[in-house]
Ligand binder design. Structure first.
Ligand SMILES: CSCC[C@H](NC=O)C(=O)O
Ligand SMILES: [Zn+2]
Ligand SMILES: [Zn+2]
Length: 408
């Protein structure tokens, strides 16, 4: 499939590269250009296109391929339109040029996360339509803004809208991660992001003195407790080959703030942590643990949440789940090895699962290093095209899942 001559490039790859050139980069994404691109695709594919403005300037675009049996719930193919910022000086090629090297690697921000998937959905639907197929279940493709900064102006609002209810989603596919091996990773749950800011207050004074009860010394205690917990979780992961990264709780100290001058002991200091809480952790007890670390550090140490997800859900990965059965059957038929895991990252799937829509996170990229959010994010065109093939098999199976007990 790799073509050396640009004139011979596969049209799906050309479309992918066009989409990559749209600068939907945080913190000021050009969402207008992305929506216009998607409207044009809808027009080309003969699909209806609905635009739902969930907040001023934040549009969810929904392309719909109606099924033959409108009483059945639908398949939702989700992707986000925004991408994370770049450090341009570390890239081998302009991250918004979608440069393709002589081997077929396409370099661009969004090449893996997740503009590839948006185009793969569109191209799989196009192929199936051209071949004259029709399926019982409706297929909706949702293109949402704001995922990279938490989805608060995107999927979080969209799932609460009547337009979302009207889609009657029964099952969703959303983003996963590349896998450097021959296998494909599929995510059935994810960890809950808890962003916690610990503030310590204490006695101020001259920097030359042995002041007691300082903000810094108490903050240091909390930091030590939390980093000791981090080490414990890391060791638990290291010592058990059956545990994958998403199954343990991670934490990183990501910000330290405070202080005004070398010789002034500050009255307040803060430390910020990015916790990712594993889905089997009791959240109430975990919050109590945070509380007790702060209390043990002394008087005047408090914490607040900047992000706090409390509704982790698990999509079953056994044949009791007809959607999983259909998904895994296709993978088996195509000889794809799938590795079910818990996502380490927070994606929009959490909002879908929380409103009762089972979801799998799947980015069909094997033999590909995980380069999301990294310099030189890239994808080989052959892997991209293979992904279109995979969706071309998955969509008929998912959109033909017979009526569930709840649907008859
Ligand atoms: C917690 S809201 C931020 C969501 C973000 N998602 C993708 O990277 C993440 O940091 O996981
Ligand atoms: Zn993403
Ligand atoms: Zn991302």
């Amino acid at each position: 499939m790799t073509s050396k001559n640009p004139e011979e490039e596969h049209p799906s790859v050309t479309l992918f590269r066009q989409y990559l050139r749209i600068r939907t980069v945080q913190p000021k994404p050009d969402y207008g250009a992305a929506v216009a691109f998607l409207e044009e695709r809808a027009c080309q594919l003969g699909l209806s296109c609905q635009k739902v403005e969930v907040a001023p300037g934040y549009v969810v675009t929904v392309l719909t391929w109606p099924g033959t049996n409108p009483t059945l719930s639908s398949i939702l193919l989700n992707s986000h339109t925004d991408v994370v910022p770049v450090f341009k000086e570390y890239w081998s090629h302009d991250p918004f040029e979608a440069f393709k090297d002589s081997e077929g690697y396409i370099y661009a921000r969004g090449a893996q996360d997740m503009k590839c998937i948006s185009i793969q959905y569109l191209e799989a639907v196009r192929r199936l339509k051209v071949e004259g197929h029709q399926f019982p279940r409706t297929i909706h493709m949702t293109f949402v803004p704001d995922e990279e900064v938490g989805g608060h102006q995107g999927m979080e609002l969209f799932v609460q809208r009547p337009e979302f209810q009207a889609l009657r989603a029964g099952f969703a596919l959303d983003e996963g991660l590349a896998n450097p091996t021959d296998a494909f990773t599929v995510f059935y749950s994810e960890r809950s992001p808890w962003w916690v800011r610990v503030t310590s207050t204490g006695r101020p004074g001259h920097g030359s003195r042995f002041i007691e009860d300082t903000a810094a010394e108490k903050l240091h205690k909390v930091v030590s407790s939390i980093l000791a917990f981090r080490e414990k979780e890391w060791q638990r992961l290291q010592s058990n080959p059956h545990l994958k990264e998403g199954a343990v709780t991670s934490v990183n100290l990501t910000k330290l703030e405070g202080g005004v001058a070398y010789n002034v002991v500050p009255a307040t200091m803060s430390a910020s942590f990015d916790f990712r809480v594993a889905p089997d952790v009791g959240l109430k007890a975990f919050e109590e643990q945070l509380q007790s670390w702060c209390q043990a550090a002394g008087e005047g140490v408090t914490f607040e949440f900047v992000q706090k997800w409390t509704q982790p859900q698990v999509t079953p990965t056994d044949d009791s789940n007809p959607w999983w059965a259909a998904f895994s059957r296709v993978c088996k038929d195509m000889n794809l090895t799938v590795e079910p895991e818990i996502h380490t990252v927070a994606t929009d799937s959490r909002y879908l699962r929380a409103v009762g829509v089972p979801a799998l996170g799947f980015s069909p990229m094997n033999r590909t290093p995980v380069l999301l959010h990294d310099h030189d994010e890239r994808l080989h065109e052959a892997v991209f095209l293979r992904g279109v093939d995979i969706y071309t098999r998955l969509l008929p199976a998912l959109a033909s899942v017979p009526a569930l007990p709840s649907e008859s």
